[in-house]
Design a protein around this ligand. Structure first.
Ligand code: 6GU
Length: 242
């Protein structure tokens, strides 16, 4: 996967992505990061990339020319171009799975009051938000998306099945987990986890996932129960012959 990022703050993206699991994925060649500074593409002799908005109002807008030329400098055709904006569709795990199928993605990060609408019309294929709150720019949302997509790519996580056992892959939150010691602050690790009975452990974990989801995310739990009802309708329990 190649992530192209268009931004006025390239060091923010580079520093963020070179850390931890995404950093290792870049080193190992599972991920390629191509960060381009939009300012490098301005034709303005003073390096200006923003201007006042027509019609008045507070704040500055990123101008079309530098954004377009930065985007146009990326080789290749038809690469999905994601504009990070609170006006986009809300990012979720399903969207991440869809983007993870692409070979390359372009992330366009706006700043100030946004970007001239005309260049968005000519470049952007996907408008994406990461939630209902307002950030100062698209860099953190782009990193949130790249992090989420990265861990779905083959080779990025060490443990091949950890990507699908975790929260959301089955529509439930993850069950509680424990490591050594067996007792800490007078709290014992649940005995079943020490039993070595893998079937019992799996049953306990599913039950904990369901309890936790019902408690903390009733919206997810509702959707999960509905899926379960539909599944059981399509796959009725087999009658025993006698
Ligand atoms: Cl994608 N951009 C900005 N500036 N703020 C946001 C956002 C994006 N998603 C949520 N808030």
């Amino acid at each position: 996967m190649v992530f192209h990022v268009l931004t006025l703050f390239p060091e923010m993206i580079e520093n963020g992505m070179q850390t931890s699991i995404t950093g290792r994925a870049i080193e190992k060649g599972f991920l390629h990061l191509d960060v381009r500074n939009i300012r490098d593409y301005t034709q303005d002799k003073h390096g200006k990339v923003d201007d006042y908005t027509y019609g008045g109002g507070a704040g500055m807008l990123m101008q079309a020319q530098p954004v377009y030329d930065a985007w146009d400098s990326i080789p290749g055709k038809g690469i999905r171009t994601i504009y990070l904006t609170p006006q986009g569709r809300t990012f979720d795990q399903m969207m991440a799975e869809d983007f993870a199928k692409e070979e390359e993605l372009i992330f366009l990060c706006g700043h100030y009051e946004g970007i001239d609408e005309r260049v968005l019309e000519e470049t952007v294929t996907d408008y994406v938000s990461i939630g209902d709150y307002v950030l100062t720019g698209g860099e953190l949302p782009a990193m949130v998306m790249m992090d989420t997509i990265s861990r779905l790519l083959p080779g990025v996580l060490h443990n091949e099945d950890s990507a699908d056992t975790e929260s959301f892959q089955n529509g439930l939150l993850e069950y509680p987990q424990y490591s050594r010691p067996e007792e800490w602050h007078e709290k014992k690790v649940p005995a079943i986890l020490l039993s070595g009975d893998h079937k019992k452990v799996d049953e306990w974990r599913l039950e904990q996932s369901e309890l936790r989801t019902r408690e903390r995310r009733p919206d997810l739990y509702e959707a999960y129960m509905e899926q379960k009802r539909l599944y059981e309708e399509m796959h009725p329990p087999k009658r025993r012959k006698r």
